[in-house]
Structure formats: C-alpha cells, structure tokens
Design a protein around this ligand. Structure first.
Ligand code: C2E
Ligand code: MG
Ligand code: MG
Length: 404
C-alpha cells in the first residue's frame, strides 16, 4: 500500500486531505508541524510527502531542506501545498528540489493527479539506485513499484510489453552492416518506457532475468535466421548476457536448444559479457564460456577497459571479440590518452587474434580515428541508433553501406 505523509498545521485542512487520501486507499501519516513531519519521514520512509509551505516555527522550505540532507528521505517525492502564488515563491520551492506544488484551494482531482504523476515519475530514480547495492534498492519504495509491475507482467508469461531493438554493427573495411547488437526495451503500460539500466538490475535481483533472457535468446535466434534466409547469410547477432544467466546450470543446454530449434549455426551468435560483472563467479563463468565456445558460439567482452582485471580475462577466457567501452571513444579526438589507450588495445587484441568493436561512435572524427587505429567494427549513434525490427530491415535493404 502506498504510504503518504501529510505535514499540515491547520487541522481542518489536514482532516480533509486525509479523508480524501484514505478514500483512495492510500495509507496515511499525519504531522501537525515540521518537526514531527521530519521524524515521521525518517522513521516511516513514506512513498510521498505533502507539506504545507506556511507553518509556524518551521516552514515547508526548512522541512524540505532538512529532508534533503538525509539519505533515506532525500529521494522521497515532495509536493508543497501553498496559498502563495508569487512566482518567486514557486521558484524557490522548485529550486529546493520540490517535485511539485499545489496552490490552495485545489480540487481533489488536482491533488490525486499530482500524487499519481509523482509516484510514477519516481521510478526514474532507479537510474541512480541501480548502481548501488541491490539490498538497499530492495528497500526503496520506487523499486517496489517497478518490481510489482514487472512481476505482474511476467506472471502469465506475458512478454508483450518487451521489445528487442537492434543496433547495426558495421565492418570498418567494407562499410557494411554485418551484424546487430540486440538490446532489450520495456514499454510498460503502467510506467512508460523503462531503460535497460533500470530493468536489468531489477530483473537480476528478482531472478526474472532468467525468463526474460530465455525469451530474448529465442527471439534473437529466430530473427537472425530470418535475416540470414533473406540473403544476408553471414549476418550475426549479439546478446548481452548477465552473470546470473551465465552461471545457471542449464544455460548452455537451453541456448543450444534455441539455436537448434531455429536452425541457426552457433557462430551466428555472439554473447556479450560485461567485464566488471564476472569477478564473483569467475570459475563457473569461465567453465560455461568454454562449454559454449566449444559448441561454436562466439564470446565478446563488453565495456572493455572499465573493469578492474581486464588483462587476466584475456588470458583465462575463450574470447573472440573485445568491445571497447564508449568512454574511450567519446571525444577520442580531444584526448591523447584515450587515443593511445584505444590504439594499444586494438594492437594487443589483434596480436591475440581477437576482433575489436568500438562502441558509442558519435562523430565523424571519432569514426576516422578508430578506423585509423584499425578497429575492425563500429557501433554508435553516428551510424545508427538501436532500431525496431522493421526499421532495421529497412536499413539493411536500402542502406546497408553505412560507411562510404
Ligand atoms: P551495452 O551492452 O554496452 O550496450 C550499449 C549501450 O549503448 C546501449 O544502451 C545503446 O543504446 C547505447 N549506445 C549505442 N550507441 C551509442 C552512442 O553512440 N552513444 C551513446 N551514448 N550510447 C550508445 P542501452 O540499450 O540503454 O543498454 C544499456 C545496457 O543495458 C547495455 O550496455 C547492456 O549492458 C544492458 N542490456 C541491454 N539489453 C540487455 C539484455 O537484453 N540483457 C542484458 N543482460 N543486458 C542488457
Ligand atoms: Mg553490449
Ligand atoms: Mg557496451
């Protein structure tokens, strides 16, 4: 149940709003002044706070400033209730980090609409929390909203809200599209577009990455086969695999099953594994990769250069491809060190018989530099964003030559 804290000194206003919230099935907490409000915010971590601006002793500005100073309360959506309409007051509210304000008197539907909008927008905060410890994330209300929605979606194996986009991978010598990276998208009917940066950590921590991953692998195999049969016979796709997937005991058998079912040769798939994530289950991960590699699947290390044990991986793992992280490519023309490091990685990779992909190429000059360094393959917004299947096909048919 969504918990809302109301901080309001006027009793009649407070009672009115509480009645309204309760009628809408919100759990409510009430405080008659800022001090009690802050205590309740800290001890109860509500999902949203409504706070009167003008209160004796401590006004709403001060309440918000104090909440902003504490980790647990700083990210709770905060809506001011105010009788003041001067632009300068409203600007001050927003500058302090309030999410919205309602000018009194407001109708019940205005209040409810502001609350619902804020609760939904709150899920974007996940962008920040996905980087932190999963256990902490689990406690946060916005994580719960997203998680419930994901669970609901998967309860009936209903994956209609998920889509796979494909970003062209281009060979720098021929200039042609030779493959595609598959990237998941979740168009949630409840929450809007959820990016992989939010979805993947959530799917991992809930275990839902397994059914989602299986669905994705099967679909990518099917799609790759369609493109090969359409005449692009060496076309390959890459799939991002998270460590949770990789260490499943039946990961290889299920993957091989998908390949066989779709009549696709294993070398038509490349599994992208992010460098930084492997540390924990290194041995299992290596065994799994060896097993897959022995069946002809290709393996790429993704986001290369940003993890902490880059070189030992090259020695221990059956790798075919290095994908140089976007970080090194971005502004490579203005940063001599990035250019030197990129050139060095490419030379080393070639000596180890690995192919190299430059990720996130966004400008002509970045493309020219990685080509001059003899990078084999490129991906990036300069050439194409990730595309829906129909758009990707259009590009393949009409404009496969992306580099002159
Ligand atoms: P990644 O595998 O490194 O994918 C590349 C990301 O960079 C994609 O973001 C892509 O849209 C974006 N990108 C492509 N070209 C450019 C460019 O020129 N400039 C910039 N700034 N970005 C560019 P996306 O799709 O948001 O995915 C983010 C990450 O989420 C991926 O990073 C990957 O680690 C993960 N991910 C995506 N789809 C899946 C999936 O199906 N399974 C798993 N396990 N992880 C996935
Ligand atoms: Mg990738
Ligand atoms: Mg990458």
């Amino acid at each position: 149940m969504t918990k809302i804290l109301l901080i309001e000194d006027e009793e009649s206003v407070r009672e009115n709003i509480l009645d309204l919230l309760e009628a809408e099935n919100f759990e409510t907490l009430a405080a008659a002044n800022g001090k009690i409000g802050i205590e309740l915010a800290v001890s109860e971590t509500p999902d949203l706070i409504l706070c009167d601006l003008m209160m004796p002793n401590m006004d709403g500005y001060e309440v918000l400033e104090k909440l902003n100073l504490q980790g647990v309360t700083a990210t709770i959506p905060f809506i001011f209730l105010t009788a003041r309409t001067a632009k300068s007051d409203l600007r001050k509210c927003m500058n302090l980090g309030a999410d919205d304000y309602l000018t009194k008197p407001f109708t019940s539907s205005e209040l409810l609409s502001a609350i619902m909008t804020r609760l939904e927008k709150q899920v974007t905060t996940l962008k920040y929390i996905s980087k932190i410890n999963k256990n902490t994330a689990r406690l946060l209300p916005e994580f719960q909203i997203l998680k419930n929605s994901l669970l609901k979606n998967l309860a009936n194996k209903d994956l209609r809200e998920f889509q796979i986009h494909y970003q062209p991978i281009i060979d720098t010598s021929s200039g042609l599209i030779v493959g595609a990276e598959s990237l998941i998208r979740w168009q949630s009917s409840e929450l809007g577009m959820i990016s992989p940066a939010e979805l993947i950590p959530l799917a991992e921590s809930t275990g839902l990455i397994i059914p989602i991953g299986e669905w994705l692998i099967n679909n990518v195999c099917k799609q790759t086969k369609i493109w090969q049969d359409a005449g692009y016979k060496d076309f390959y796709s890459t799939i991002n695999i998270s460590i949770t997937q990789l260490i499943q005991p039946d990961f290889s058998s299920k993957l091989l099953e998908s390949l066989a079912k779709n009549n696709l040769h294993p070398s038509s798939l490349e599994l992208e594994i992010t460098e930084g994530i492997i540390d924990k289950d290194l041995n299992i991960a290596i065994n799994r990769m060896e097993e897959l590699s022995s069946h002809g699947l290709r393996i790429a290390i993704d986001d290369y250069g940003t993890g902490n044990s880059s070189l030992i991986y090259l020695k221990l793992m059956p790798i075919n491809t290095l994908k140089i992280d976007h970080y090194f490519i971005h502004n490579i023309d203005k940063d001599k060190q990035k250019s030197t490091i990129t050139k060095g990685i490419i030379e080393m990779a070639h000596n180890l018989n690995l192919r190299v992909v430059a990720e996130g190429v966004e400008s002509k000059i970045e493309l020219d530099i990685v080509r001059a360094h003899k990078c084999d393959l490129v991906q990036g917004y300069l050439l194409s964003h990730p595309l829906q299947v129909a758009k990707f096909e259009e590009l393949l048919l009409t404009d496969r030559q992306l580099i002159a």
